[in-house]
Design a protein around this ligand. Structure first.
Ligand SMILES: [Zn+2]
Ligand SMILES: [Zn+2]
Length: 756
């Protein structure tokens, strides 16, 4: 009997061919296995029917840990070719099926880590130790099929030892494309900040020592450069903040192990599980009460973003030092993508660092670290990138068209939806400059090829001026396919529907800004959404943004605009004018603008949170996205909802002037923490009440919460409580980002919902 089998899924780069080889030999079958250009694995087996059946059963049940099988097709044939053995055949470029893909980068496995520490092992102290179960995948792959010549390991010719392992079926590195050793593989070296090589015996551990001493070192990893420094000293971080023009934005850190993390942060079991998983994202943890790292790591926040070493190189950095953690922040010039090339690094980062720790392996795809926080045990993905991309999100919903979605303007990702799988790209960033746009185009191209997709429709935001909207038009012309524009909050709500496989939803979508279908600025919305489209059911009260975008950066402007509706703000604003960049002069202009009353307005929830934050003196200037609202959330921790303000609904509009005015009048009688808590609670209860009323009226069973504000644990938990108490099912994102990193997914879903 002969069986021709095709396996689709994540089956290349996960040790699948070696596994098939062993399984076929075990079952006494002849034939071959090979990779194809569409990420599919093709198998031909010949032998007794019973053995083939057993083989197929083993294939599904005993597959390698990282493999994911989407589909297996088997054609039985009577005629045999008479194979007298089973072998791994040279890959074919054949690409017929779409929807399979290679895995994300996988962090170093325990076995490799053990060998790294074993003086008897050939790869003792070798930073680029990997095997079939671990190592970079996505970031080294230039094209498919996944074979060494198609990766950036191509330049490294295997030595006799490594190729012996590569050809030895029982070996862990049998057919491991990244196999390498100190003799034949990539090499790490230390240089000065101008790229002059520095002689030393152990460049990686030397870099660790330099970090501990307080130097700033740019370190090349798998998907790009990090800038690193010590975390217990103030000076290096202060210097880093100054040269990077990052006044307040929190830096992620890396600690050697869980035990050390526990010395400065609280780690719940589910957080520990993800921190140590093969994905190894940055996890936002609560600082412990005896937190002892410098406050400059994450100023005025109750959380700190921590990850564990995910390569041999990272593990070795900590070997000779006492420092409990190093800052590890993506190295990128302002609003440009993460740096990946050695020369580029030296020219762009040379003036901001003291040393470089480089290696000579090229990075094919850049990929930033992922960021996750937990609300109790529910994961919230803030950035879905390394360790996740390009693994698809599987939905129950099946699109009959292949959609390419390009996201919005900030924290952009792209997404390809084919049938029931959505492939979300790595984090691209803010697509406002040419470098990032170029990166975006390259990554779309790569993702299309990897998944062998034929795009039939392009989806983008409704905003006429977004760079991505223009890009979508360009792509639509090039690919000769229609372009679907999707309202920002509609995309968020549709994403929730698809993630939870529900037919309709009342979705609360709150964030900083989204272009509304009426052309105004939205951001505190209650929507009805089903497969046909969406309706705006209610929203926060529209508030003036005095000075337009300036009100985003200086939230005192929001406060002035809101309070102005109830009172004369002249005296108050003048007393606060030293918090504005141009002080009194600026305050006077604001007052004039308020009198004239011709300012743009927004229903954004983010802007109201910003206003509360500034009103309470928590944050007067936004130096990074979400800063005032994040600091407000941190302030809430010690507070109680003492005001217990009853939500004021004016029809289907939740009043926010009332809220801000109440906080203003009571600010001398209650603590900042209590007022912060009361304000957030008011918004959460009000939005929940509005959504529940509408769900009741429309007889909808599900109420969801999406948008960047959904990262706020306090607000989310209050909405959840109210929604569940009213008897509705409450849905939040667990697999895709609630913020704008998830917009491309939502856009793709909306376009996929549309009938041809
Ligand atoms: Zn390994
Ligand atoms: Zn070797």
């Amino acid at each position: 009997m002969r069986a021709e089998i095709k396996v689709s899924g994540i089956v290349q780069g996960v040790g699948f061919r070696p596994f098939i080889y062993r399984t076929a030999v075990k079952n006494g079958l002849g034939g071959y296995v090979r990779n194809r250009g569409d990420a599919v694995v093709e198998i031909v087996v010949e032998g007794d029917e019973g053995n083939i059946v057993q083989f197929l059963e083993d294939l599904e049940k005993k597959k390698p840990p990282l493999a994911q099988i989407y589909n297996i097709t088997t054609d039985y044939k009577k005629e045999e070719e008479g194979f007298n053995e089973f072998r791994i055949k040279k890959s074919s470029g054949e690409a017929k099926l779409s929807g399979s893909v290679i895995p994300p980068d996988v962090s170093i496995c325990d076995e490799c880590l053990r060998e790294l520490r074993d003086p008897q092992n050939r790869r003792f102290n070798y930073f680029f130790i990997t095997c079939t179960d671990c190592g970079p995948r996505y970031t080294i792959t230039r094209e498919l099929p996944y074979d060494r010549p198609n990766t950036t390991m191509q330049e490294f010719r295997m030595c006799a030892f490594c190729s012996g392992e590569y050809r030895d079926p029982p070996n862990r590195r049998f057919h491991a494309q990244t196999v390498a050793c100190p003799k034949c593989g990539p090499k790490a070296y230390l240089t000065s900040n101008s790229g002059e090589p520095i002689e030393c015996k152990d460049s990686i551990r030397e870099a660790g020592r330099l970090l501990e001493e307080g130097y700033v070192v740019a370190i090349k990893g798998n998907g790009g450069f990090h800038v690193a420094t010590a975390t217990t000293k103030t000076d290096p971080l202060a210097r880093l903040r100054q040269v990077k023009h990052r006044k307040q934005k929190p830096f992620a850190i890396m600690a050697p192990d869980l035990e050390t993390v526990r010395s400065f942060a609280e780690v719940d079991s589910w957080e520990a599980e993800l921190l140590t998983s093969y994905r190894k994202p940055i996890v936002l943890l609560k600082k412990s009460s005896d937190y002892y790292l410098t406050e400059l790591v994450s100023p005025e926040l109750h959380t700190v973003g921590v990850m564990l070493p995910y390569t041999g190189l990272h593990a070795m950095l900590f070997d000779d030092v006492e420092e409990p953690a190093f800052v590890m922040t993506s190295a990128n010039p302002p609003s440009e993508p993460i740096v990946t090339e050695n020369n580029e690094a030296i020219s762009k980062l040379g003036s901001t660092v003291d040393y470089f720790l480089l290696h000579n392996r090229i990075i094919a795809q850049r990929c930033d670290d992922s960021v996750v926080r937990f609300h109790k045990e529910d994961p919230c993905l803030i950035r879905r990138s390394r360790g996740y991309a390009p693994e698809p999100i599987q939905t129950k919903f099946v699109s009959d068209r292949c959609v390419l979605a390009v996201g919005g303007e900030l924290n952009v990702t792209s997404c390809i939806l084919t049938e029931n799988r959505a492939f979300i790209s790595q984090h691209i960033g803010d697509v406002e400059n040419l470098e990032t746009l170029r990166f975006m185009k390259k990554s779309i191209d790569h993702l299309t090829k990897l998944t062998n997709s034929k795009v039939e429709v392009v989806a983008c935001d409704l905003h006429p001026k977004f760079t991505t909207t223009k890009l979508a038009q360009e792509l639509g012309n090039k690919l000769e396919c229609p372009v679907v524009q999707v309202q920002h909050h509609h995309a968020h709500a549709a994403a929730l529907m698809a993630e939870w496989n529900v037919e309709e939803i009342v979705g609360i979508t709150c964030d900083g800004f989204g272009y509304g279908s009426d052309g105004t600025a939205w951001g505190g919305e209650v929507l009805y959404c089903n497969r046909e489209g969406f309706r705006r059911l209610g929203h926060l009260e529209s508030q003036p943004m005095v000075g337009g975008d300036l009100a985003t950066y200086y939230p005192l402007r929001m406060v002035a605009g809101i309070l102005h509706r109830k009172m004369d703000v002249t005296e108050w604003l003048l007393s606060k004018s030293h918090y504005l960049p141009h002080e009194k002069r600026e305050a006077e202009v604001i007052l004039k603008q308020l009198e004239k009353g011709s300012t743009p307005e927004t229903t954004s929830c983010g802007r109201v949170l910003d206003a509360i934050s500034a009103l309470l003196g928590i944050c007067y200037e936004r130096t990074y996205e979400g800063e005032p609202a994040m600091k407000l959330e941190s302030a809430v921790l010690k507070g109680k909802d003492r005001l217990k303000l009853a939500p004021r609904l004016n029809g289907k509009v939740l009043e926010t002037t009332f809220l801000v005015h109440e906080i203003f009048t009571k600010k001398d009688r209650f603590s900042v923490a209590d007022l912060a808590c009361s304000a957030q609670s008011y918004l959460a209860r009000g939005l929940a009440e509005l959504a529940v009323k509408e769900a009741e009226r429309l007889n909808v069973k599900h109420v969801g919460f999406s948008g960047g504000v959904a990262y706020n644990e306090h607000i989310t938990s209050i909405i959840r409580k109210a929604v569940e108490k009213a008897g509705y099912r409450f849905l939040v994102h667990q697999k895709i980002p609630a913020g704008d990193g998830g917009t491309s997914f939502g856009q793709a879903i909306v376009a996929g919902f549309q009938k041809r």
